[in-house]
Structure formats: C-alpha cells, structure tokens
Design a protein around this ligand. Sequence first.
Ligand code: PLP
Length: 401
Amino acid sequence: SARSPQVIIAPADAILGVTEAFKACTNPNKLNLGVGAYRTEEGRPLVLGVVREAERRVLADPRQDKEYIGTGGTPDFCRLSTTLAFGEGSRPLQEGRCATIQGLSGTGSLRVGGKFLAHFYPVKLVLIPSPSWANHKNIFERCGLATQTYRYYKPETRGLDYEGLIADLKDAPEGAVVILHACAHNPTGVDPTPEQWQGVLEVVQQRRLLPFFDSAYQGFASGDLDRDGAAIRLFADAGLELLLAQSYAKNMGLYGERVGALSVISSDAAVSKRVDSQLKATAFGMYLNPPKHGALLVTAILSDPELYAQWKVELKGMADRILSMRQQLFDALQEVGAPGDWSHILKQIGMFSYTGLTKAQVENMTNKWSVFMTMDGRISMAGLSGTKCKYLAEAIKDSVE
Ligand code: PLP
C-alpha cells in the first residue's frame, strides 16, 4: 500500500547480533561474552534450587488457580518487594508514602514509571548516565519524554567520572528525572562509593531532581542484599520523593518470567494514595494484569524464612562465582603478561566488566580469537569459566599489543 514505505526496518539489537555471530562460528574455542544472563561454570543457564522448590510448592497447592491477580499484583508481593529494597522499618514505608505495583520485570517497571511521569510529572526530561543500559533512552523516549546524558564513566581511569557527574547534575534543569543504577552499573561495572553517593544525594536535593532508581542486580553484585540496596536506602531515608524499578530477573534467575516491581515514594500518604491509583490505571491500559507465576514464586521465597535463607546462599553463590572470575581473569592477564593496568577488572562490580578495549581491538578479539562481545568492550563475567580465563587473557594480550 501507499503507506508501507513509512515502516523502515528497526535497528538490530547489538547483543542479539553477537549471539547470532557466536552461534554461526565453528571455532571450538569460541567464547560468548555478550550474554546478559548468568551462566554456570559449564556455561549453562541456571534455575536456582530455591526456585524449583517454590515452584513445587506453588504447583502442589490446590488453591492455586489461573485467575487474574489484579492490576497491581498482590499486596503481599508488593510489601515483600519494598521491604527487600528499602529495608525493614524504612521511613517511607512506615509513613504510608510508598505506592507499589508488580511490574513486568525491570523493563516493564521502568516503562510504566516512564508513562506515569510523562502523564503527571511536569518536567519531561530524563537524565541518563553515559554510558548506560541502551534500553533506558529507548524506554523513556517511547514514553514521550526527552532524554539527556550526564557524565559517568572516565575512560582514563576506567572508573567513575565523579566530578563530571556532579557538574552535570548541578547544571541540570530543576526537577529533571535522574536515572541512577542502584548497584552494579551496566555496562561499566563502576559504582559510586558510599561517600560519592552522599555527594550525589546532596546535588539531587539542591537541584530538586527526581531520582528514578533502576535496581536490576540487588544481591547479585556483592552477594549481600543490604549492601546492594544501600544507595536506594540512603535516598529513601533522606525523605526524598523517588521512583524505583526492581527486577527479579538476575537475583532470582527469573529472566523469562517477567517479574519485578515499580514503587513511587511521595511526599505524604494522601498523595501516595492518588499515585497508587494512577500507577494501576497506567498498567491497566497497557496490559491489564501482570503475569502470575513468577510473582507466586517470588512471594513464596520472600515470605518463607527457610526459602529466603536458601535464596541468599544461592544468590551469594552466583555473586561469588562472578567475583572469582574477575580474580582468575586478572591473574591470567598477569601470567600471560598482557601490557597495561588491569586492576579495573577487580574493582568493577556485577555481571559486566568494561575492559577498555577499543572497537578495533574488539574486532581482533572476535575475528582472530572467536571471542564474541559488544563493540563497547563490555564483557559478561558471568559468561566466563575458569577453564577459559587463560584463553581470554591471551586474546586480550594479542589484541592490545
Ligand atoms: N536495567 C538494567 C540496568 C539492566 O541491565 C537490565 C537487564 O539487563 C534491566 C534493567 C532489565 O531487565 P529485566 O527487564 O529482564 O528485568
């Protein structure tokens, strides 16, 4: 039809492209470090034992049906999720200032939050760290909001550009929304220190910015849920209004179940009631009800002390394997004599490491060594295993020399 030329092909997702190239490669030594999901030492996806047990209990319960669970998810699920994020006895929770709905994992929670802001919040600008998870810009622009970046990463130190970050937030329009990765910043693996978070809080207060925390890795970064929740709690306890998108994809390994939560902390309980109704109205117009199965698993795990304890052990197991990969890769780089300082591999945190490899070096990694990764030099530590560290170190050495 006359209209069809208006639909042009959408740009391919960078990570899907990496996965496809990896699948097509016939080199037996090939390595896929593009994946954004946890893998075992054997390179396989992992279903946590605690998830299997929760699933067994849920399926064995004769009261379980397939009815809708309600637009906002269940009150239990929401309460357990906010307690996990904000901590027991958190001020905004006690004061009835937190409205929470179940979301479709982290992405769906960001999306409903973005739509809510586009409708009700007067400042239509979202500040996103540079770099950030590529979908942030996409999500918020599709909500009808403008986006702008703030400095975050400093290539020279492969660490945080703290001065740049503070300067850019100081220059931001008053009231702008600011996306903050709660922990384990994707793609850099670089997080502010507790002192630096305090500095971020101060400029957010000065400029009356609205923080929107993206918490995709709580517990998955350090292995400790409270430690990984510290930045969120610092801001919530300071009495600020804020938004939070939580994901259970990584920390419970529930990627495909699409379970997460969106919370909005308001200035008082009366506002919060209105916000709660509008969050639900927003979700209602998008998908009516969130998926049930994953939410039942999360609820079972978070509400049962025995399952909760088991979850923490398994979560720490995943975090520890990633930390051990960092150490082993670092050691292997020393062993093969790769030139340069590789201490950032140890300092960065979470699933990813920003190696600092240039585009040309990444091309060498892929074309000559069959090491598949994104062009920005990001590698997934979760895609690595002890037996592959030496090979990867050799490939890096060859690429940087
Ligand atoms: N936010 C960040 C920073 C992420 O890295 C991811 C996933 O990679 C997400 C959000 C969303 O993941 P999901 O929608 O599967 O929870």
